[in-house]
Design a protein around this ligand. Structure first.
Ligand code: FES
Length: 128
């Protein structure tokens, strides 16, 4: 590995700080939880995770935390993504790929509309 300059080290530190800030819920208004069990990873959950991070960075969205979880017991619908956001029902999306991840950011989080065709589960609206 080549030697890193002080500027490289500072840039790396800032990048890691911003990545860590994405993983704490404190002060955040949206939680995105990605199923990273064996079947999730096999179905492409890592690409989905990377797409969420890239999309949030490129749109410079604030207040969103991305978390990883293990098996959600939904092998048949992996990759699965759970979204918690004020003003929207808690939602589990299934069969999420990079394109769907971008729609979740654009439609659900920015547009406050569910991404039809990928909603695996949401609580009944009459249950509080
Ligand atoms: S390993 Fe697939 S749902 Fe748990």
């Amino acid at each position: 590995m080549a030697k890193m300059s002080l500027a490289d080290l500072k840039a790396l530190r800032d990048q890691k700080r911003s990545e860590m800030a994405r993983r704490t819920s404190e002060g955040k208004i949206v939680d995105i939880i990605i199923g990273m069990g064996t079947c999730g990873i096999a179905a492409g959950a890592k690409d989905v995770l990377n797409t969420f991070v890239e999309e949030i960075n490129s749109k410079q969205l604030e207040g969103i935390v991305i978390k990883q979880t293990g098996c959600m017991g939904l092998c048949h619908s992996e990759p699965t993504v759970e979204v918690h956001m004020a003003g929207m029902p808690d939602t589990i999306y299934g069969n999420v790929n990079s394109e769907v991840a971008r729609k979740i950011i654009g439609d659900h989080i920015q547009g406050k509309k569910l991404v039809s065709g990928h909603v695996f589960d949401k609580p009944a609206t009459d249950i509080k």
